[in-house]
Design a protein around this ligand. Structure first.
Ligand code: PLP
Length: 339
């Protein structure tokens, strides 16, 4: 990112300084696209996951029927107001029988199904959903923001027409992301302007942020997190917590867990843990500043727990001592506040 700040050329300029910036931009594009199993030409930079989702929904379903998963992020819910809702099972995974039923009855133009849920870490059966969508002529958009960088993501293997990714969820800077398109798919731009990104997204690309995105995309996948998370969950359960992320068989991200402590408001837990130096969120951090009941937990039939559930995310470099520190703070809190 520092090297990018040194480059004062605009990547669209044809002079030497512009060409140097362009070279860095295209190297970053190739590195990030490779991480998504895509060609560089099919990756369009934008301001983040919210914009990438909004563009995909607007571009793939103008004025037509949209079906979205019940646990989608608010960025999708806001981009597709009035969309039909695809139910999830109690473990949080999309109900494929319901999907098939809806598609048979009359396919929507577009189905949106996230790769990994941002509150519970639960993975959806995206490739199987994509096969159903293809068989019935519906497009599939996948919000891969939560999973990108934490698991192998391959647009073609997932069968997605479009894939939204964002830098900050994988350790990169905030305010930059991308939409990955199936080869040959053309979407009218959501933000038109000076013809940047081959006419697909107007605006001078933020080179330092994009360089940081590429640096994050070059990091190794986190290794031992699942074992640390399991230990954290098992100890938290002994202290009275309920894990809101399906059962042991449920496929999910290694770094995300959602813990409910019955009878203790989520905000109270966030404050108590913050005072002990532990940063967790209540529901979706993206809507922080307002703690609302989680539509994700409600869709999983855990509505009664929604008000007392926190999301715990392990950083990519979490160590055993971090889990010990969390559990010490959690135990003190549970003893003091849980009935
Ligand atoms: N989709 C998911 C699953 C998210 O967790 C988030 C939040 O970070 C977004 C979309 C929005 O992405 P961004 O904050 O980059 O706009």
């Amino acid at each position: 990112m520092l090297a990018a700040l040194e480059l004062d050329g605009n990547p669209a300029s044809i002079h030497r300084a512009g060409r140097a910036a362009r070279q860095m931009l295209e190297q970053a594009r190739s590195a990030i696209a490779a991480r998504a199993g895509a060609d560089a030409a099919d990756l369009v930079f934008c301001s983040g996951g919210t914009e990438a989702n909004a563009w995909a929904v607007a571009g793939l379903s103008p004025g037509r029927r949209v079906l979205i998963g019940a646990t989608e992020h608010d960025a999708i819910r806001a981009a597709a107001p009035g969309a039909e809702i695809l139910p999830v099972h109690g473990d949080g995974g999309a109900d494929l029988d319901a999907l098939e039923h809806i598609l048979r009855a009359g396919p929507p133009a577009l189905v949106c199904l996230m790769l990994a849920n941002n509150e519970t870490g639960v993975l959806h059966p995206v490739a199987a959903a994509a096969a159903l969508c293809r068989a019935h002529g519906a497009r599939l958009h996948v919000d891969a923001v939560q999973g990108f960088g934490r698991m192998i993501v391959d647009r073609a293997a997932l069968g997605a027409d479009t894939l939204a990714v964002s830098a900050h969820k994988m350790g990169g800077p905030k305010g930059v992301g991308a939409l990955v398109l199936a080869p040959g798919l053309h979407l009218p731009p959501l933000i038109a302007g000076g013809g940047q990104e081959r006419g697909r997204r107007g605006g001078t690309p933020p080179l330092p942020a994009i360089a940081g995105f590429a640096a994050a995309a070059a990091l190794e996948y986190p290794g031992e997190l699942a074992a640390l998370r399991d230990r954290l969950e098992q100890s938290a359960v002994q202290l009275g917590a309920i894990v809101c992320g399906g059962g042991p068989e449920t496929p999910r991200l290694a770094n995300t867990t959602c813990l409910a402590l019955p009878g203790v408001r989520a905000e109270t837990q966030v404050i108590a843990l913050d005072l002990a130096g532990i940063a967790v969120s209540a529901g979706s951090a993206c809507s922080s500043g307002r703690v609302t009941e989680s539509h994700v937990l409600a869709a999983m039939g855990l509505g009664a727990l929604a008000g007392c559930a926190i999301r715990v995310s392990l950083p990519w470099n979490a160590q055993g001592e971090d889990i010990d520190a969390f559990l010490a703070a959690y135990a003190a809190m549970a003893r003091r506040l849980a009935a």
